[in-house]
Design a protein around this ligand. Structure first.
Ligand code: ATP
Ligand code: MG
Length: 166
């Protein structure tokens, strides 16, 4: 997975424009961060929870990628931009962001329905597996759910949410 620094900069520049453009939309918003596709291959994750939260998330995802269990990611950056609120008021917002590879998600977070191309029986099997793992571990945590899982190009299950609740 190699991109030249010029190609990386082009994706980051596009992401900055998209953060401003899509900020008002709730589509695919998580609790801690937002994920918005930049193009077919790359998406941007951004948060207002600050640099240390996102740096830790980014570092965990990079480590996960090296282990083969996370999408590739690059280019953590801070971005301050002017946004327009729902009453038309202008304000400045600072986001910490990084670019992540888009993978097929197992479950659509907000609709709570399965994505068209992933059979529901498969998702149910994964959810059963999650439950079995939790029983074996002897503890549960709320963010251990199928919405935080994706499928990579080899058809393997990977983790897409590397935030500290996960
Ligand atoms: N690499 C990715 N490829 C495709 N979709 C993604 C990717 N990362 C995130 N998403 C989508 O964006 C949603 C929110 O991302 P993520 O789970 O990382 O954020 P979050 O703020 O921690 O969400 P939550 O708090 O709801 O778990 C995901 O459930 C998924 O639908
Ligand atoms: Mg999540």
């Amino acid at each position: 997975m190699r991109l030249s620094s010029a190609a990386k900069k082009a994706v980051i520049d596009k992401a900055k424009a998209i953060i401003v453009e899509k900020n008002g939309e709730s589509h695919l918003n998580g609790i801690s961060s937002r994920f918005v596709p930049v193009d077919d291959k790359w998406g941007v994750k951004f948060t207002t929870r600050g640099n240390s939260y996102m740096s830790e998330t980014y570092t965990r995802q990079r480590r996960g990628f090296r282990l083969g269990i996370a999408p590739f990611c690059f280019g953590i950056f801070e971005y301050t931009c002017e946004l327009v609120g729902y009453k038309g008021e202008k304000f400045l917002a600072t986001f910490t962001c990084y670019i992540t590879e888009i993978v097929k998600v197992l479950v659509n977070t907000y609709g709570m329905f399965y994505t068209d191309d992933v059979p529901s029986a498969f998702v149910e099997a994964i959810e059963n597996l999650i439950n079995m793992c939790q029983e074996k571990l002897g503890f549960r945590f709320w963010d251990y759910h199928a919405q935080n899982l994706g499928i990579n190009e080899n058809g393997e299950i990977i983790i897409i949410d590397w935030g500290d609740e996960s």
